[in-house]
Each structure stands twice: as structure tokens, then as C-alpha cells.
Ligand binder design. Structure first.
Ligand SMILES: Nc1nc2c(ncn2[C@@H]2O[C@H](COP(=O)(O)OP(=O)(O)OP(=O)(O)O)[C@@H](O)[C@H]2O)c(=O)[nH]1
Ligand SMILES: [Zn+2]
Length: 358
């Protein structure tokens, strides 16, 4: 154990820096670049960055499709930031909130030459910080400014793809309405991201398939009882069934908005109010339909000693992902509750486009 921060520690710092509007530096063997999140960008920081070199805006190809910008780099596009453009221009390109009221964004010039690896990593980093998936990238020909978090590109890219380990921090007894025998386990990811929670109901045996729910956090549905989705009703129904059967395990995973965070989910809701469905809204923001890492749930189940589950879900992809992670899903237990006139269209889209079974 040394006192020097590890790569994982520095990536966690970089996420915080980007959320604060601070630049971070990415460095490969033969190139280096300054990176700033498009979200929260100020004119001062943009001007200071431009004294070091020309600015490019890295966006996902999903976002580029909506903007009708060309994408030459597979999943991302490098858009030139015009010399006259300010921070508001950058935010305007990154954020689709007024795409409809100002449809003439652009025209954009995309860069074709050279290597896009630094740009791709910049987008992955801002995404992992739950910001809009767009980043300013400025090549560095000299030494990086002092006091900035510096990340080696290849190792950072590998670390962002690697499975995250979870450490159980504490377990506490919590009697709850469905069972007086409730126990809450708090799991802390070793990459410094948000904690996840497991709630055991009763005393489920480890040598038999356990009734399990992997619930992705939905503040609006779970806490507010939003009628836009079915999450709150699913959470309550899962707990009720575990209480009735006398045993079960509920994982409450901090993967709000299918892994894009609450702020971005609310941006998606604003787009849904403009007439786009849940999948289209994610795409217009520059995200995939589902950005969750399903390895998290599997890792926590294993750490609790559960290898086989009866999984409460309507999502066959979830079953497949758990199987792929070595969890034996012996049964999919349907969880079709909470249908109402306001979420009917949303649930229809999930069935049609995401393969959910209603
Ligand atoms: N991005 C986005 N996320 C949403 C939206 N509505 C709900 N969510 C999030 O979706 C997650 C739940 O995923 P769902 O697609 O409802 O269901 P699932 O977990 O795949 O499948 P089930 O196990 O059947 O619930 C939660 O994290 C919610 O916050 C939306 O319109 N946009
Ligand atoms: Zn929900």
C-alpha cells in the first residue's frame, strides 16, 4: 500500500474535476490533450483552453445523427469548434433541449484525419461522470498546466471497461412492512462511484435459488410514485412477494435512468414532452438506450453468496446478462404491475423496442 493515488483513484478524481468544470489531461505515448466537459463549460475556461491549441468538440455518433454532423470515427464524431464560438455554442450542440425550437444548429465540420482515441476516451469519461456525453478536446504540444489530474490513455480506457469490484461496508437489521426480518447491506464500489444496496428479506438459503430483484434506482418512480413508469409499483410488488414467500433478496442499484443519471433522465423526460419516446430521447441526448453495467448486480449477488436466482423481471436481456455473468437464472418471474393510462405508451415502447415482456 503506498500513499500515492492509484490509476483508479485518479480516474475518480478526474470525474469529480469534470463535474466541477475543471479540465483533465489525457496522455498517450505520442499525444496529449486537455479535456473539459461540455456541460458546465464557462467562457473563461474555454478561452484559456484555446490559448493551448484549437478546440474540438467530441460527441457520440448518436448525437451527431440528430445534429446531421458527419461521424468518421465509428461511435464518436469530432466536431470543429469555430473560432467565433463561445461556451453557449458548445452547450447548445451538446444539449438537445432546444433542438426543435432552433433546428438550424450547424452546419458542422467534422474532422476526419488523425486519431480519435483521446476524443473517444474523453466522451467515456464525461459519460461515466453522468454528464452530457460531449467534451472539449484541445491537443497539447507543451507540458500540461500544473495541478491538473493526468491520466494515461490506454490504461484508463482499460480500467473503464474492467469490472468494478464491490466491498461490503456494513450490514444492518431493518424491520420493514413486508417482513420484520429485513437486513440491509451497503456495497461500496472500489472505483469511488455511488454505493449500491442489497436488502435481504428473511433468511434466504444460499444453496437454493433465491427470489431476487435487481432494481435500478428510479427516484421519480420509487420515491415520488411517478406515473410515467412502472418502477415504483415493481419495487413494492417485488418486496411484497418476497415477504409472502418469507425470503428473497432485493438489490437496489444506483443506476438511475438506465445508467445515465437523474439529471440526464430529466433531460430525456423533457424530450419525451416534445414527443420523442424513451429510446429516441436517449439517442438524441447522445446515449445508447441502456447504459447500465449489469456486472454490478451479478458481483453483489455473488458476494452475498447467491449463485442461483428466480429473477423478478420483465426484461429478457437482464436474464441473459446475469447468465453471462455466471448467475444461474433458473426462472424468470414476471413483474407486470403498475400499468396506468400515463405510462401505457412508455411500456409499449419498452416491449416493442427493448424486448420487454408485458
Ligand atoms: N433514460 C431513461 N431512463 C428511464 C426512463 N424511465 C425509467 N427509466 C429508468 O429505467 C430504469 C429501470 O429500467 P426499466 O427499463 O424500467 O426496466 P428493467 O430494469 O430493464 O427491467 P425490469 O426488471 O422489468 O424492471 C430505472 O433506472 C429508471 O430510472 C426513461 O424514460 N429514460
Ligand atoms: Zn421509473
Amino acid at each position: 500500500m503506498t500513499l500515492v493515488p492509484s490509476l483508479i483513484d485518479r480516474i475518480a478524481r478526474a470525474r469529480t474535476d469534470l463535474r466541477l468544470g475543471l479540465p483533465v489531461v489525457l496522455r498517450s505515448k505520442d499525444a496529449a490533450a486537455l479535456v473539459l466537459a461540455a456541460e458546465g463549460l464557462s467562457n473563461d475556461r474555454l478561452s484559456a483552453a484555446r490559448t493551448l491549441g484549437p478546440a474540438t468538440l467530441a460527441i457520440t455518433t448518436r448525437r451527431a445523427e440528430t445534429l446531421r454532423a458527419r461521424a468518421y470515427d465509428g461511435d464518436i464524431a469530432r466536431v470543429k469548434v469555430p473560432e467565433t464560438a463561445d461556451a453557449a455554442w458548445v452547450r447548445h450542440v451538446a444539449d438537445p433541449k432546444d433542438d426543435l425550437s432552433s433546428p438550424m444548429k450547424g452546419p458542422f465540420t467534422s474532422i476526419r484525419d488523425g486519431d480519435a482515441d483521446l476524443h473517444r476516451l474523453a466522451v467515456r469519461l464525461v459519460k461515466s461522470a453522468w454528464l452530457l456525453p460531449a467534451a472539449i478536446v484541445v491537443p497539447l504540444s507543451e507540458d500540461a498546466p500544473p495541478d491538473l489530474t493526468l491520466l494515461p490513455t490506454e490504461d484508463t480506457a482499460a480500467a473503464l471497461s474492467a469490472p468494478i469490484a464491490h466491498k461490503e461496508v456494513v450490514t444492518g437489521r431493518v424491520p420493514i412492512a413486508v417482513s420484520e426480518q429485513g437486513r440491509v447491506h451497503v456495497f461500496r464500489p472500489t472505483d469511488g462511484s455511488e454505493e449500491h444496496i442489497a436488502c435481504e428479506i428473511g433468511r434466504p438459503a444460499r444453496d437454493k435459488p433465491v427470489l431476487a430483484r435487481l432494481h435500478s434506482a428510479c427516484f421519480t418512480g420509487d420515491v415520488l410514485g411517478s406515473l410515467k413508469c412502472d418502477c415504483g409499483a415493481q419495487l413494492q410488488a417485488a418486496l411484497r412477494q418476497m415477504g409472502e414467500e418469507g425470503a428473497g433478496v432485493l438489490l437496489y442499484l444506483n443506476q438511475e435512468g438506465r445508467g445515465i443519471g437523474l439529471a440526464n433522465k430529466m433531460r430525456a423526460y423533457a424530450l419525451q414532452d416534445q414527443g420523442f419516446d424513451t429510446v429516441e430521447a436517449n439517442h438524441r441526448l447522445g446515449f445508447e438506450d441502456d447504459e447500465r453495467d449489469f456486472r454490478t448486480g451479478a458481483d453483489i449477488l455473488k458476494r452475498l453468496g447467491f449463485g442461483a436466482v428466480r429473477l423478478l423481471t420483465n426484461n429478457p436481456a437482464k436474464v441473459a446478462m446475469m447468465q453471462a455473468q455466471g448467475i444461474d437464472v433458473v426462472e424468470r418471474v414476471p413483474l407486470s404491475v403498475g400499468l396506468n393510462p400515463l405510462n401505457k405508451k412508455y411500456l409499449d415502447v419498452k416491449a416493442k423496442k427493448s424486448g420487454h415482456i408485458l
